[in-house]
Design a protein around this ligand. Structure first.
Ligand code: ZN
Length: 218
């Protein structure tokens, strides 16, 4: 368990450097977790207040299913509850959360319609289970909330309502995605951020309007 925790911590730190280099986790924003064991749950998760571009293994904590720290010093991310909800709902091996400009822009632009509809992009095939650019991905948007107990309940309902979505946005806040492995979750961050930036730039430049793609729900 010691070597696997250390290995996971190193990989989360490496993900932090990659995402920071892209400007997706500026300041001390964002948080990352990876499952060490499901039953009982043991989660490696970033410590609160850490700069994700400067993470070391010492900035990764091990917590149980109630968010209690069982290894390492410090307080786990304020959004730990959301990670635990996603792991439980999706049986995810890793959950990654970013605060990019384009996810923030589109979360607000599409907040009133409840989500961002993306279709026709080759990069959609980077999402787990997607085999064609004709796939239509709906990325739901939730209102932001500082009450993590309440927001955790809303996230649980959202994931039940959208059983095949690969990510969701918190309005004016950022993006959550996950994967069956940590590598898959990292790939999903890169794919979803690429897609959001592509849709956001098209919207911003007037080339295409988000309203032109009908929302999933009518
Ligand atoms: Zn956040």
């Amino acid at each position: 368990m010691t070597s696997s925790f250390h290995d996971v911590a190193q990989k989360l730190a490496e993900a932090g450097r990659r995402f920071d280099a892209r400007g997706w986790v500026l300041g001390t924003s964002g948080n990352f977790s990876a499952v060490l064991a499901h039953m009982p749950l043991r989660l490696a998760i970033t410590r609160s207040g850490t700069h994700k571009g400067e993470l070391t293994a010492a900035d990764i904590l091990e917590i149980g299913d109630e968010g209690i720290v069982v290894r390492g010093d410090g307080v786990p991310s304020a959004e730990t509850r959301l990670h635990i909800e996603i792991v439980a709902a999706r049986r995810a091996a890793a959950v990654l959360h970013t605060h990019s400009v384009w996810s923030t822009f589109l979360s607000d632009r599409c907040g009133d319609r409840g989500g961002v509809a993306i279709e026709g992009y080759e990069m959609l095939k980077g999402l787990s289970g997607v085999t064609t650019h004709e796939h239509r991905e709906w990325i739901p948007v939730l209102e932001n909330d500082q009450n993590m107990g309440r927001l955790g309940g809303v996230v649980r309902e959202l994931l039940a309502e959208w059983p095949t979505c690969h990510a969701f946005l918190l309005r004016r806040h950022g993006m959550y995605t996950w994967g069956a492995t940590l590598a898959e979750a990292i790939r999903h961050v890169e794919i979803v951020e690429f897609l959001l930036e592509s849709v956001g730039r098209a919207e911003y430049s007037g080339l295409a309007k988000v309203e032109e793609v009908a929302p999933w729900r009518s």
